[in-house]
Design a protein around this ligand. Structure first.
Ligand SMILES: [Cu+2]
Length: 292
């Protein structure tokens, strides 16, 4: 009894330390890895930092700006169907602006503020990238090129962008809106929260003729399932007497081993059949080597 009590207490202590909210961390002591790449051992990273090289076409730095960007689950609440978001979904700056981004992660997971499509001669992989694991802050600086363009900003952690952590940054007039930016542009694939499957099938159909066809499709889908069921039931009925005879007087373990044996035999037979068929087909198609 005492042992169980001790184990329970230890488990509770251990899980509380694991589940406890991590402390906010200011990632301001980063190691310089060259090429604008900085990082620390606590999950902080800056890639594509550029504080002084003017992009081609810029005579001078047109403006110096600073923004604070938040990333977190709580910012996704205003966008139905999302899980993560930045606090802002759209940014706009003048060409040749020098921008410092203070990126704050409000979650207990890893988030990024990653900009794509920058000129590769200046930004390795065309990227400017800020990353923080767990609650914390990191800052990075870049200088924008001179052309009007819309840049994608997102978090590249698996499914974070798909679940809402996506924004756009326009330089000058930009080059249009990117799709699926929460609250800014419409989704490429619109989520459907209606409760009927039939409605989902019919929804994109416009005219009545194809509407009827869609309904017909739904009906045949239903009958296809019942057709498979009928075949299954028939097979069961045919096999049942045979199986009863076969398993008479057997223990459960014996039954299971017999079933596996039968399955192995069946698989062996199927494999033999397929290899036989392949041999027949390939022997017909193969070209004989010329005899000398
Ligand atoms: Cu993320």
């Amino acid at each position: 009894m005492r042992k169980i009590f001790l184990v329970t207490i230890l488990t509770l202590i251990f899980s509380s330390t694991v589940l406890a909210k991590k402390e906010f961390m200011d990632h301001n002591r980063l190691m310089n890895h060259g090429d604008g790449h900085y990082m620390d051992m606590d999950g902080g990273m800056v890639m594509g930092q550029n504080t002084d090289t003017l992009p081609g076409g810029c005579d001078k730095i047109s403006a110096e700006k600073e923004i604070t960007v938040h990333a977190g689950h709580k910012y996704s609440k205003k966008f139905p169907g999302t899980m993560f978001a930045f606090d802002k979904q759209e940014y706009q700056f003048e060409p040749c602006t020098k921008l410092t981004v203070h990126f704050i992660n409000d979650d207990n997971v890893r988030h990024q503020w990653m900009m794509h499509g920058l000129p590769k001669y200046l930004y390795p992989k065309g990227m400017f990238h800020l990353e923080v694991t767990g609650p914390g802050k990191i800052s990075g600086t870049l200088i924008f090129p001179p052309n009007d363009k819309t840049y994608l900003v997102h978090c590249d952690i698996s499914q974070h962008m798909e679940k809402g952590m996506k924004a756009q940054l326009k330089i000058g007039k930009g080059s249009g809106d990117l799709p699926s930016i929460p609250g800014v542009s419409s989704y490429v694939i619109q989520d459907d929260y209606s409760d009927s499957i039939a409605e989902v099938v019919v929804k994109p159909v416009v005219d009545k003729k194809s509407q009827a066809a869609a309904k017909g499709n739904a009906a045949t889908n239903g009958s296809a399932i019942s057709g498979v069921m009928i075949i299954g039931l028939a097979a069961g009925l045919i096999l049942a007497p045979f199986l009863v005879r076969r398993f008479k007087g057997m223990s459960i373990a014996e039954m299971i081993s017999t079933i596996f044996e039968m399955l192995a035999q069946a698989i062996g037979l199927i494999v033999k059949l397929i290899t036989g068929l392949i041999e027949i087909v390939s022997s017909k198609k193969s070209i004989e080597l010329p005899k000398e």
